[in-house]
Design a protein. Structure first.
Length: 302
């Protein structure tokens, strides 16, 4: 038996069938997120991908989604501007009705962290703090295999911590000064433009490798992320920290400042806490979403 899994990000949607042991069955179907078209258009794109791979052996659907996700009801409780009109979309019910299968929806940060804790870099660790850096920045805290959703389903939103260097910068959530505004993929590009970089650059992938300014904004992203992670570890004391998401493709120019600032921010008692930069990709979120769907009865609202 298999579980259908979907990962909805600000720029891309991925879908695949996942076996009970976490194996992602190829092919993984991908499409650009029609983010400007609004929530219902995005849902239609998700349903189209699912229908392209669905079989009679599929027993449930797990969805990893950007935004604050009310997992109990499958609704997007809050979202940034990365996907238009995403807040309030009854994602789970709409997909369940179209596919005639039970659907579990969790935040994408939680999905990544579940995938890492069950099958990836954090396997075997009792607790994990995960940061997922792509178009935006999300994350999760998992203890003994359970996601800490929070009282308002907003647990794990690491990208919305105020950081030095982001003063006066509007975050996609509508509040100034947050980490995502300077350290997520969109934030890096916007920061590059603000500092006088080439206006023709529209994505992190297009940042010119020979441009010192591009190197500066990439390093600043990593430094801010590392400082935030170190501070969070001083609060939650996880067994391991995992950094994942599309920005890991930036390599050591981004990862080295993360590690250096992370270590500098840790209190002495946490010295040596492992931090892993995982390049596992969207398949990890698919694994985590499928895992959540198979264990829907374990979801708790804390």
């Amino acid at each position: 038996m298999t579980t259908l899994a979907v990962d909805i990000g600000g720029t891309k949607i991925a879908a695949a069938r996942v076996l009970d042991d976490g194996t992602v069955v190829e092919p993984v179907m991908r499409a650009s997120t029609p983010a400007a078209g609004g929530g219902r258009v995005v849902v239609d794109a998700v349903i189209a991908l699912l229908r392209s791979i669905a079989t009679a052996e599929d027993t449930a659907i797990g969805i990893s989604s950007a935004g604050v996700i009310d997992t109990e009801h499958g609704v997007v409780a809050g979202a940034t501007a990365n996907i238009a009109e995403w807040t309030g979309v009854p994602l789970g019910p709409l997909v369940s009705q179209a596919m005639a299968l039970p659907v579990t929806v969790i935040g994408d940060g939680h999905a990544f962290a579940l995938g890492e804790s069950q099958y990836g870099a954090a396997k075997g660790y009792p607790s994990v703090l995960e940061l997922v850096a792509g178009t935006g920045i999300g994350g999760s805290v998992i203890v003994d295999g359970r996601v800490l959703h929070g009282a308002h389903w907003a647990g794990g939103h690491v990208g919305h911590i105020a950081v030095p260097g982001a003063e006066g910068v509007m975050c996609t959530c509508g509040v100034m000064g947050h980490l995502e505004g300077i350290a997520g993929g969109l934030g890096i590009v916007n920061q590059y433009h603000r500092l006088g970089g080439d206006s023709a650059v529209t994505s992190v992938e297009e940042l010119p490798s020979h441009d010192p300014l591009a190197g500066d904004v990439i390093a600043a992203s990593g430094a801010a992320i590392g400082t935030v992670l170190g501070g969070l570890c001083n609060v939650v004391d996880p067994a391991i920290v995992v950094v994942a998401g599309g920005l890991t493709r930036l390599g050591e120019a981004w990862a080295t400042p993360i590690r250096a600032n992370f270590e500098a921010a840790l209190m002495p008692a946490l010295s040596g806490l492992p931090l892993v930069v995982s390049e596992s990709g969207s398949s990890t979120a698919l694994q985590g979403a499928a895992y959540a769907a198979r264990r829907v009865k374990e979801v708790s609202h804390e």
